[in-house]
Structures are given as structure tokens and as C-alpha cells.
Design a protein around this ligand. Structure first.
Ligand code: SF4
Length: 734
């Protein structure tokens, strides 16, 4: 048992030496402690230490919450004890750090205070799936029957070199279900890649599931985590930050953070401008000429990924690797794609091009210090760049539009002066050995030309009202079936939602896989006893002008009967705005008005019930609000994709040209998959209860209703009046 006592107290550590602590300054406002000279000399700034050890936590309150410690204002003794406990926890945490991380920590913690590294207990490794699950039971885990079935299928596919689709609802235990067979397969040789859509899942696999499994199974492959380059800190820029008079309270923990990998997703204590300042941007990188090239976090991460036996990455990088012919990840034998329902869109995006004015502006702003050497070339490029995007703006309407041949013609003409100015600038930079900036400009020129001169009808050039130009490939399936799947020995695609009407054909077709690819599906093992799904048939249709007010009244009524936390999912900003306007007086947060996803989720979690969260696209997937954090889920309208989207329009035209129905083959399956994702937000743990309301009466009348209803986890009720809604609510929230 470890404990610590008050500001003038003694800090105890059961296993380590006792260290006497006393306050140097006015405790508790300045969390600094001086330790007894018997142990060491000097002042230890706890704020610096805690930032270095837990860079993701911006303040003490967050740390207190995480470790269940109380930081009550007006209770200096309690606060001191909590700080003491955190201090011990910090020391313990650093025991599993790498050599580089521990060495960097000497800036905030004298070496003689560091506890020895944690010895790694190497258990004998298991050899079979049966042994693996036996070991899990021995260690107190309760593998689920479904999980064992799931793992057996994955192991078989890896062994036989097959491709497999596994649909498994929440609670199946699929991450262990695929990680165990992957670890066993790697023992026999080969390389594996596990790709997820969200960073949350990527981090969960990397920090929680894999270390736990490695230790239990006694299998320790050489593994690496790879994120996009711009997720890492640029060490060179971090050194330059010193010149900008950033205080040491930020700089010192930042340098420890960089030595530990510099993953910016884990940085919570630095302001946004600092994060942008130190973000690794390829065009400002000096490559091998950088004086800290050897220590560069993103370079090290890429190298580690190429050498690793197991790489944890995301869908976007999987696509980037495909576009770069394996230069990023190197060849691999086994692939597991989690959240695989989102893979086609991610690959399509990665294989395409998107250009924004900001990109070139940032590159050109890097030339400010060389203005004189470049004559007026950089300024000329800036002026032409602005003029070009003015012309693009003239072609923009609302949303995203396909660039027709007359648009392309006009934009080609408008781009000529800019393209020749940029080519001349790149040449000068090349002569001055500013190779990275020169290549960044050449890449921009190349991308712009590709958008303005699409290689074939299979590429859709588009412009977006958010001011972007792009090019998206249509023939993704063909490319994947020719260049992707044949290079992988075995692949497992998994998600809670892979099928439409119980069949995975839609996804298989989009991914260029054969329709008889083996597919298995398990519903969530959670009991839905305390869950109800209801279709609000009494509401007007979503396009009716009365709809927003009627929906807002329904939400208000539901929360007056059951004061819980609710989320309403929208597909359009305009609909969200209208409902938002009708919810005055009810505590609620609206995406776009009160913040964006992560910030809104943080605030929503802290709100007491009743409270409502109104969310768009990014709330339909990957949002985890278990238990009382979410008990009422409302879907504002069926999530059919926007038919005016230029890429979808082109895909629909292709389908129609084959004599098929674009609605049945494209729009309907997309909507069903998305709705299934949305419905999955409510039940996250076996104990969860709640009500799902679908506020789209088309589900009770249109011919396609059967396809939607067949994918629901339980039979819905069709409500003809608000009073019937009261009954449903009272069944769950007694
Ligand atoms: S190699 Fe490039 S990204 Fe890495 S530290 Fe140096 S300048 Fe920054």
C-alpha cells in the first residue's frame, strides 16, 4: 500500500526508499516540493513532472479524476496527499518507459529518483489457440464462447491463406478474437498489419489490448504503431520554439514527450498554436540534412513500422501504402481490418487527390525568410495563387459539385500562370538545395494538373464549397482486386456492421472481393431486455416544414417523461439548426454551434441529465457513451446519402449503365449500413438500457422498410401518437 501525507508529511513507498517531502513555497497553490537532502537536493516541480508523464491530461483535475483522487480546494492536506500519490504513480509509470524516455526525464526528475525499469516477466509462450484461451482463464479472463468461435475462424483463415468477413456486434470480444490468432501466426513467421478506422481503437489496441495479450500469451513480436506523418512532433521545430520565448513549463515536458515518440494525439497541455508550430509538415522537413534526423519521431516511427512484424495502423495509411506500392509499410502477409465497413471510403479517399488553398499558402509562407534570395518569385506565386482560387470560387455552388468539361477548361486556363510560376520557383529552390520545398511545390503542381486533366472517365474531378478541388477514383474495386488482395496471404475484415439484409455483397463488391468470400455473423450477446426501438409514425415526413418543430417537441416530451441523456443524429446541418432553434430552454449542445465532436463529447459527459446532444456525421460512428451517459437515441431521418454528391452521382450512373437500380445497389445499402452504425451508439455494455426512436415515418410505409427492419437488433414498435411514446418510455425508465 502506498500513501503520502500532508504538506509537511512523509511520503511512503512500500517497495522503494522513503522520501521525506516538505513544501518549498505556499502550498498548495504552487505544487512544488523540496525533498530531504538525505535523498537528493533541489526542487521538484510536480507540474512539470506530471505533464512529462501524462502529457494527454491538461490539468490536475483530469489526473485526479483518472486516478480517483480528490483535489478539493480549501483542503491543503487532502490535496497534498493526492499530489503525493500522483508522484508515486508517476514514478511507477516511468518504470516501463523506453531508455530514451527515461533519459529525457532527467530534465524534470533527478536520476537517483528514478525507480529501476520494470523487469519483463517472460512467460513461456503458448502454441495453440486452446492453450491461449486456457492461459486467459488462468489469468482471470472469462473468454466468451463467441470469442473462441471467432478466434478459431480467424486462425483457420490465417493458416489456410483465406480472406474472411466477420460481423460481430458489441460485446463479442472481437479484438482479442483476432489479436490472439495473429500473435500465434506471427510465431511461425511473416508480417501482419492491423488497420482500424479510428485513432481511439488504434490506441486501445496499442496501449491496452496488445501489451496485455503479449504478457499473457508469452508472445512478443516486434511491433510498431504508425500514424499519419502530421500526427508527430517535428523535433527541429520544437528546438526552434525556444527562440519564441515559450516557457520552460511547456518546453521541458514537450521534449520528454518528443523523446517518447511525439504522438500529437497524446498532447493535451500545449496550446493549439504551439501544436501547429511543432507539427511535422513534410514541406518544412529538411530530410537527411536535418541535424536531428536520427532522433526524428516520424522518421523513427516509419522505420520501426517497416521493420516490425506487427504494425498497428489506420485505414488511411493502408490506402496511402497501396498508392505508394508498399513503400510505407513494406510487404506483409496477414491483414486484419477492424471497422471494415468504412474501408472502401477510406481507400477511395487515399487513392484520390484533394487540394486546398491552405496547403500551398503554408508551403509559400515557409519561403518568407528567403524572400531576397528568390527575387519576387515567391510573392508572384502568392499573388497568382490567390487569383487562381478566386476563379475556383466563381465555379463553386453549394455543397460538392462535379467539375464539368467547361469548368475544367476555364480552370485550366486560369491555372496556367500559377503553374508556370510554381515550376520556375521549384527550379530555383532546387538550385539552392531546398529540395524538400521544391518537391512539395512540384507535388502540388502535379496534383493540380491531375485534377484539371483527369486521366479517364473513371476519375471524378470535383469542387467543394469548403473550397477544395479533388479527384476521386471510381474503379476502386478493380484496382483492389488486381493490386491489393493478390499480394496479401490472408485477410480478415471485421466490424459490427458488414451486411445489408444479412448479406455482405455490397461491401464485397466495393472492395473488389468475390461474392462467395466466407462470411460469418454474430449478433451482440448483450440482452436487449431493457431496450426498445420505436418508429415515430405520427410525425410528419422529414421534408415537411412542420417536421423540425414536431421533432423538437418529441424530444422535449420524452425528456420530461424520462429525464435522461439523449443524442439526436442528423444527416443535414440545416435540419440540426432548425431543431436546435426549437429546443430553447432544454439543456443541449449542438455540433457546429457549441463545438466539434471531441469537445462536445467531453462537455456532454459532464452534463447532468436531462441533456441533449445534437450531432452530425461524425456522431454516427465510434461514439462510446455507455450506461447513463446515453439512454435515449433519436435518429432524425433515414441516412440516405446525398444524391447530388459528384462521386455518388458518377457511381450511380455506372450502375444504371449496367441496367441495374442505383437505389437498390447503392443508396439503400449505404443508408442501411449507416443506420446500423448509428443504432449501435446506444447499447455499449451488458447493463445498458434505453430507447431508440426513429423519427422517419417512411419506415412504416415505403417498400424498402423490410431491408432496414431486418437489420435492427430487435423488432421495432410503430407509434401512432405521443401517448404511445409515453408508454414505451415508461417500460424502460420505470
Ligand atoms: S527530419 Fe524533418 S520532421 Fe524530422 S525533426 Fe528534422 S525537420 Fe523535423
Amino acid at each position: 500500500m502506498e500513501t503520502a501525507e500532508g504538506p509537511y508529511g512523509v511520503l511512503f513507498s512500500e517497495n522503494g526508499p522513503q522520501r521525506k517531502l516538505s513544501p518549498k513555497d505556499h502550498w498548495p497553490d504552487v505544487p512544488k516540493i523540496t525533498w530531504n537532502p538525505q535523498f537528493s537536493e533541489g526542487t521538484l516541480d510536480l507540474r512539470l513532472l506530471f505533464r512529462a508523464v501524462w502529457p494527454e491530461e491538461p490539468d490536475l483535475a483530469g489526473l485526479g479524476k483518472r486516478f480517483g483522487l480528490d483535489f478539493q480546494e480549501g483542503d491543503p492536506w487532502g490535496k497534498a496527499e493526492a499530489l503525493g500519490r500522483l508522484f508515486l504513480l508517476a514514478l511507477e509509470e516511468t518504470r516501463s518507459w523506453s531508455f530514451e524516455g527515461r533519459a529525457a526525464l532527467s530534465q524534470v526528475l533527478p536520476k537517483n529518483f528514478l525507480l529501476p525499469p520494470k523487469p519483463r516477466i517472460h512467460y513461456p509462450s503458448v502454441k495453440t489457440l486452446g492453450e491461449a484461451f486456457f492461459r486467459l482463464r488462468e489469468r482471470g479472463f472469462q473468454p466468451r464462447k463467441l470469442q473462441e468461435e471467432y478466434a478459431a475462424l480467424v486462425a483457420n483463415a490465417l493458416e489456410k491463406g483465406e480472406t474472411l468477413l466477420l460481423e460481430a456486434g458489441p460485446g463479442t470480444g472481437k479484438t482479442f478474437g483476432y489479436l490472439i490468432p495473429i500473435l500465434l501466426a506471427l510465431k511461425k513467421g511473416g508480417r501482419a498489419v492491423v488497420a482500424t478506422r479510428t485513432r481511439t481503437l488504434q490506441d486501445q489496441l496499442w496501449k491496452r489490448d496488445l501489451p496485455k495479450l503479449e504478457e499473457i500469451l508469452g508472445i512478443y513480436p516486434k511491433r510498431a504503431l504508425l500514424k499519419g506523418r502530421e500526427n508527430y512532433v517535428c523535433l527541429q521545430r520544437l528546438y526552434e520554439l525556444e527562440l519564441k520565448l515559450v516557457p520552460k513549463e511547456i518546453l521541458v515536458p514537450l521534449s520528454v514527450f518528443a523523446a517518447r515518440g511525439g504522438d500529437l494525439d497524446e498532447l493535451g497541455f500545449a496550446e493549439e498554436w504551439i501544436i501547429e508550430e511543432i507539427r511535422d509538415r513534410p514541406w518544412r522537413c529538411r530530410g537527411t540534412r536535418c541535424r536531428v534526423w536520427e532522433k526524428c519521431p516520424s522518421r523513427k516511427a516509419r522505420e520501426a513500422a517497416r521493420k516490425a512484424e506487427l504494425v498497428i495502423t489506420n485505414h488511411a495509411l493502408l490506402g496511402a501504402d497501396l498508392a505508394m506500392e508498399n513503400a510505407l509499410l513494406g510487404p506483409y502477409d496477414f491483414l486484419v481490418v477492424d471497422e471494415a465497413h468504412a474501408l472502401p471510403a477510406a481507400l477511395q479517399e487515399a487513392m484520390g487527390i484533394e487540394i486546398t488553398p491552405r496547403e500551398l499558402s503554408l508551403i509559400l509562407s515557409e519561403l518568407r525568410s528567403m524572400e531576397e534570395e528568390l527575387g519576387n518569385k515567391a510573392e508572384e506565386a502568392r499573388v497568382l495563387h490567390r487569383a487562381f482560387w478566386e476563379e475556383v470560387r466563381r465555379h463553386l455552388k453549394t455543397g460538392r459539385i462535379r467539375l464539368k468539361s467547361e469548368d475544367l477548361k476555364a480552370l485550366r486556363l486560369a491555372s496556367e500562370p500559377l503553374l508556370s510560376s510554381l515550376s520556375a520557383l521549384a527550379e530555383i529552390l532546387q538550385q539552392k538545395e531546398e529540395n524538400e520545398l521544391a518537391s512539395a511545390i512540384c507535388a502540388y503542381v502535379q496534383n493540380l494538373k491531375s485534377v484539371l486533366f483527369p486521366p479517364s472517365e473513371d476519375w471524378v474531378p470535383w469542387a467543394d464549397e469548403e473550397v477544395a478541388l479533388g479527384l476521386t477514383p471510381l474503379a476502386l474495386a478493380e484496382k483492389l482486386s488486381e493490386d491489393f488482395w493478390p499480394n496479401i496471404r490472408a485477410a480478415v475484415l471485421t466490424s459490427a456492421t458488414l451486411s445489408v439484409n444479412k448479406k455482405p455483397d455490397f461491401l464485397l463488391q466495393r472492395l473488389g472481393l468475390v461474392l462467395d468470400t466466407p462470411f460469418f455473423s454474430w449478433p451482440s450477446p448483450f440482452s436487449y431486455e431493457n431496450v426498445r426501438i420505436a418508429i415515430l409514425s405520427y410525425l410528419p415526413e422529414p421534408d415537411d416544414p412542420q417536421y423540425p418543430q414536431a421533432l423538437a417537441e418529441t424530444v422535449r416530451r420524452a425528456l420530461s417523461r424520462a429525464p435522461v441523456k439523449a443524442m439526436v443524429l442528423f444527416t443535414s446541418k440545416r435540419a440540426l439548426e432548425q431543431v436546435h432553434a426549437h429546443l430553447t430552454g432544454l439543456p443541449h449542445l449542438a455540433q457546429g454551434w457549441d463545438g466539434e465532436r471531441d469537445q462536445l463529447l467531453r462537455r456532454f459527459r459532464q452534463m447532468p441529465p436531462p441533456a441533449v446532444l445534437l450531432g452530425l456525421e461524425s456522431f454516427w460512428e465510434g461514439v462510446d457513451l455507455p450506461g447513463k451517459e446515453l439512454e435515449l437515441l433519436v435518429v432524425a431521418r433515414l441516412p440516405f446519402p446525398h444524391p447530388g454528391d459528384p462521386v455518388l452521382e458518377a457511381e450511380a450512373a455506372r450502375i444504371k449503365a449496367q441496367g441495374k437500380s442505383d437505389f437498390q445497389e447503392l443508396f439503400l445499402p449505404m443508408a442501411v449500413l449507416k443506420l446500423r452504425q448509428g443504432l449501435g451508439r446506444l447499447v455499449r455494455t451488458p447493463e445498458d438500457r434505453g430507447v431508440i426512436l426513429i423519427a422517419d415515418r417512411r419506415l412504416s410505409s415505403r417498400s424498402y422498410k423490410k431491408v432496414f427492419l431486418s437489420s435492427f437488433p430487435l423488432a421495432p414498435r410503430f407509434l401512432e401518437s405521443p401517448e404511445e411514446l409515453d408508454v414505451v418510455l415508461s417500460e424502460v425508465f420505470r
